[in-house]
Ligand binder design. Structure first.
Ligand SMILES: NC(=O)c1ccc[n+]([C@@H]2O[C@H](COP(=O)([O-])OP(=O)(O)OC[C@H]3O[C@@H](n4cnc5c(N)ncnc54)[C@H](OP(=O)(O)O)[C@@H]3O)[C@@H](O)[C@H]2O)c1
Length: 294
């Protein structure tokens, strides 16, 4: 069985190289090899390669920049996934795609289920939502995995930014009124491969799922945990966990508005696939061990 992976150098894409390799012949492309800003060219790639499944880990993930690069972010995050979905439908192939907590408006405090009303607050979230919708209406068999606050040992992410800043400064100000679950690319890639294998055997499992680590925290709680564990692992940092000061979102203006409540309920994923998802701290700790052990 042939699988086509797009975005193979991203946080999730890199981990998918490992997890998907167990399913069959993996053909992987980075942005240079398959450019989603040209949807017709990636559609042609699918037509040529005729994979049994397309796994799309490529995305325009610069949330703030998306506010001023509306056309590019929409092409990559909505139109290209739509084109991939149409080709997958024509071939009878599966499409695995990743989406975001930012499709929601972040009101309330409860974790959201997959069928909760959407209401993106920013251009990135609107494009990700449109991408989901184009995939669903294409009629292709698909798995859309919505996730949040992704990190990995490889690539840029919040945890690594905190390590860098805590090494340079005595104190940090970090937002404490946005809540979500830091989720490891490794976990996402493992779940995606397992879910694809199961869904190919049992197509009724197709659909949209929330895939996040268990538990939740704020960016402030996440930063403190990263600094505390890094210090415990013997990594010298100027800032202590106590020197991470909580600030409200209003004190950290950004071009893109972000949801305050990014909590996603993973109950459907856990029930349909019989999974136990680890607490967010377990994966962050493992990532830190890998990053700091280098
Ligand atoms: N990161 C998060 O916190 C987060 C949260 C929720 C959902 N998600 C979703 O999870 C998925 C994986 O995200 P990630 O964290 O792995 O993102 P990432 O590390 O930013 O990786 C995205 C990959 O897409 C590639 N890419 C960008 N523009 C492209 C183009 N025009 N054509 C082909 N590839 C292109 C990038 O390549 P270059 O590096 O060469 O540009 C990069 O390798 C995405 O669908 C994202 O929307 C992420």
């Amino acid at each position: 069985m042939r699988l086509l992976l797009l975005g193979c150098n991203g946080q999730v894409g890199w981990e998918l190289r490992r997890s998907l390799a167990t399913l069959g012949e993996l053909v992987a492309f980075d942005a240079a090899g398959a450019d989603l800003s040209r949807p017709e060219s990636v559609a042609a790639l699918v037509r040529d390669l005729r994979p049994a499944a397309v796994v799309n880990a490529a995305a325009y993930t610069a949330v703030d920049r998306a506010e001023s690069e509306l056309e590019r972010s929409r092409t990559i995050n909505a139109l290209a996934p739509g084109a991939l979905a149409r080709e997958a439908a024509a071939l009878g192939a599966w499409l695995v795609h990743f989406s975001s907590d930012y499709v929601f408006d972040g009101s309330g405090s409860a974790p959201r289920a997959e069928d909760a009303p959407t209401g993106p607050l920013n251009a990135y979230g609107r494009a990700k939502l449109e991408g989901e919708s184009l995939i669903r209406t294409s009629g292709c068999r698909h798995l859309i995995l919505r996730t949040s606050w992704v990190y990995a040992a490889r690539g840029a992410n919040f945890a690594k930014t905190m390590l860098k800043l805590a090494g340079e400064r005595d104190s940090l100000n970090v937002i404490d009124d946005q809540v979500g679950a830091p989720t490891g690319a490794e976990l996402l890639a493992d779940v995606a491969a397992l879910a694809l294998r199961r869904a190919m055997a049992e197509p009724a499992l197709a659909g949209t799922y929330h895939c996040v680590a268990a538990g939740h925290t704020s960016w402030h709680g996440y930063a403190r945990f990263v600094i505390e564990r890094a210090r415990a692992l013997g990594h010298p940092l100027r800032a202590t966990p106590e020197a991470v000061r909580p600030i409200p979102t209003t004190q950290f203006p950004t071009p893109a508005r972000r949801p305050l409540n990014s909590r996603l309920s993973s109950a459907k994923l856990r029930e349909h696939f019989g999974l136990v998802l680890p607490d967010w701290r377990a994966g962050v700790e493992r990532m830190l061990t890998e990053v700091l052990g280098r």
